[in-house]
Ligand binder design. Sequence first.
Ligand code: NAP
Length: 320
Amino acid sequence: MAPSTYTGPSEISGTIAITGATGFIGRLVAQRLASSGWKVRALVRPASLRKRPDTAGVEWITGDMADADSLERLTAGVDAIIHCAGAVRGATAKDFDDVNVDGVARLATIAAAHSPQPRFLLVSSLAAREPRLSFYAASKHKGEKALASLAGTMFWGVFRPAAVYGPGDREMLPLFQWMFRGVAPVIGSADNRVSLLYVDDLVEAMHTWLQHNSTQPRRCYELHDGRTNGYSWQDIITVAERLRGKAIIRAHIPVWGVRMVAQINLMAARVLGASPMLTPGKVRELVHADWVADNSRLYRDTAWIPRVLLEEGMRQTMFK
Ligand SMILES: NC(=O)c1ccc[n+]([C@@H]2O[C@H](COP(=O)([O-])OP(=O)(O)OC[C@H]3O[C@@H](n4cnc5c(N)ncnc54)[C@H](OP(=O)(O)O)[C@@H]3O)[C@@H](O)[C@H]2O)c1
């Protein structure tokens, strides 16, 4: 299938504002764009100043998605914005909405008021496809809507990556580590399918999106690693077994048990004011039957092709 609006690679660069550049995905985005000629301005929260990566050529703006002044400073005069900051754990809808909805709305409003307007890429999530599942999924869905409604004439795109993994990731790594110890927790139906995406491919997709001119329509794009129809638990464990060179025990964990732990976790987090990862919403996401993504729209518009399938990606994640 030939890409339809693909206009060929050009060397577009300039000044770019990045949010979330202290996180797993954002730090690699900042690195990639700085090394390919973009002048990078990145937002950092005061409490995270010490964990700033020392990427050469990045100008750090101290602030927060809740602080409009810092977002003004971050985006003044930029040619493009990649909004990668997001709340990925939390106990209440507000924990997620403050950043994933109100933060997007604030940034989009400020960006759209600039003249000339920058191009705006929002890193959403495949979870936004199923907003009823969790506070997180709902907040990503509402964030996309906020961008679309506030962008005005600004050129924008939304990325909905499947589960992203790679060196530095905190979500998938524990699963891989368990499998390399010889035990794979299996939660939910063995028929469930999930798409995956190696982080470098996601970063490359952002770079590619930026390299294409604004003849593309404003769109939402799903992204995965190129494996049509994703992976089952069995597929993932088979890859780990190949890399490990030994069989892995499948430990089927009853969903009711995980739900109970998640409920207790949530109650404790609310009392302690913590941000839990395992919540009832996360369990509903985990056992959802269909997290298969579709790359065809992004391929048509930009000719982006992912390079790293699970075996290589898992090797890089475990041994890099
Ligand atoms: N990882 C995945 O599998 C995956 C899949 C699909 C979509 N996504 C999306 O990708 C984005 C990045 O995810 P990630 O995995 O890189 O998460 P991460 O490692 O937790 O990074 C989140 C980033 O957002 C920043 N942030 C959070 N709240 C903020 C606020 N109020 N003001 C300013 N910055 C704030 C964090 O800053 P601090 O360092 O100060 O906390 C950090 O830089 C998120 O929007 C997420 O929804 C991730």
